[in-house]
Write a protein that binds this ligand. Structure first.
Ligand SMILES: [Zn+2]
Length: 155
């Protein structure tokens, strides 16, 4: 089964908020949604380690596919299939965006390894982890997500 994200995550991509502000945006959207009653705030995502060894182990066991499909790249920066053990990233974005996206997908996989599904409402938390790890690894802040309408998102 493919790992898919919730509509709220698409909203985040469209709005181009950083993770922190995106969380606030989600809360606002929920408060205004007639379906808010059916979307309770999820419990906080537990902290998890992601060592260099974890990254190497995961990449040794997953296929990394550079996706050149315009349809894919129009909607997504990245997508992971746990069943197929495949990470797809849009090849048309710059290297920095690819690196942040790859870390994002690796965090999904790391949580999946310990039995935690991080789809849907956890996307902002996953993105925050990815951006923090990128900063730790490369010593610079990742660029803010595009604020263009229809900008791709990670899933
Ligand atoms: Zn994601």
């Amino acid at each position: 089964m493919r790992f898919r994200l919730a509509v709220l995550i698409l909203l985040l991509g469209v709005l181009g908020f950083t993770s922190y502000r995106a969380t606030a945006a989600i809360r606002m959207a929920r408060a205004q949604s007639p379906f808010a009653f059916f979307q309770p705030e999820p419990p906080p995502l537990p902290e998890i380690s992601l060592t260099d060894a974890d990254i190497i182990r995961i990449m040794a066991n997953y296929n990394l596919k550079q996706q050149d499909s315009p349809v894919f790249c129009h909607q997504l920066y990245g997508l992971t299939s746990f069943d197929q053990r495949q990470i797809e990233i849009c090849e048309k974005v710059d290297t920095t965006q690819k690196e942040v996206t790859l870390l994002h997908e690796i965090y999904h996989i790391r949580y999946h390894e310990v039995g935690i599904d991080t789809g849907g409402p956890y996307e902002p938390a996953i993105q925050a982890h990815a951006e923090a790890r990128f900063h730790q690894l490369f010593g610079i802040q990742p660029p803010a997500a595009s604020a263009e309408p229809g900008a791709p998102a990670n899933h």
